[in-house]
Design a protein around this ligand. Sequence first.
Ligand SMILES: *[C@@H]1O[C@H](CO)[C@@H](O)[C@H](O)[C@H]1NC(C)=O
Length: 216
Amino acid sequence: MKSLPSISMHFLIFLFFFLHPIPTLGSTVYDTSPTDYIRTSCSATLYPDICYTSLSGYANPVQQDPARLARIAIGVSLSKARRMASYVSNLTRETAYGADPQASAALHDCFSNMDDAVDEIHGSLRQMRRLVAPGSESFRFQMGNVQTWMSAALTDEETCTDGFEDVREGPLKTEVYERAVEVKKLTSNALALVNSYAEKAVSLSFVNGAKFTELT
Ligand SMILES: *[C@@H]1O[C@H](CO)[C@@H](O)[C@H](O)[C@H]1NC(C)=O
């Protein structure tokens, strides 16, 4: 990435979107609507229904582009994780829970885990916005970062719910737990879409690489 002047970088990005948004991705291009494309892509995730409802509103920008779908899914999980962090942070300030040390500790840990998850998901989103053309070493490095950070975010979110295991049952526990599970599902789905894009990009890179060589 560093060795490329910014103009050729833009050119690469342009080529990346221009040369292979659709035709190299498979045979379903001509009879599939963007919403069908999202439904099909979501079937590769662990929570396909949530995947579809959270992403079908983005059919227009996504069209049939797996990179955009993955990027938007990351964005959706980021906004959910941010809201969760803010919600937990608010709860930690509510004096009612100060009296229950276990609940109070679980909330503080959960906030710190959610905060880390937000950073990791945000880092993934930034990386997805700067992806170079598939096929290069930089591309593999970038995708590896996104996969690593999204997995780390998922683990952090998991740690939040685990921390509530010993907390007394009640509305607080139930609500935090349910919200965290929601965030986890969106993060898991985003990671699955990242993984399937990374797989597709391997086959794409042959076509794109060949065209790129011809053009330069
Ligand atoms: C947290 O509290 C702030 C300030 O009271 C409020 O604006 C925000 O909406 C709350 N966040 C959530 C997720 O409830």
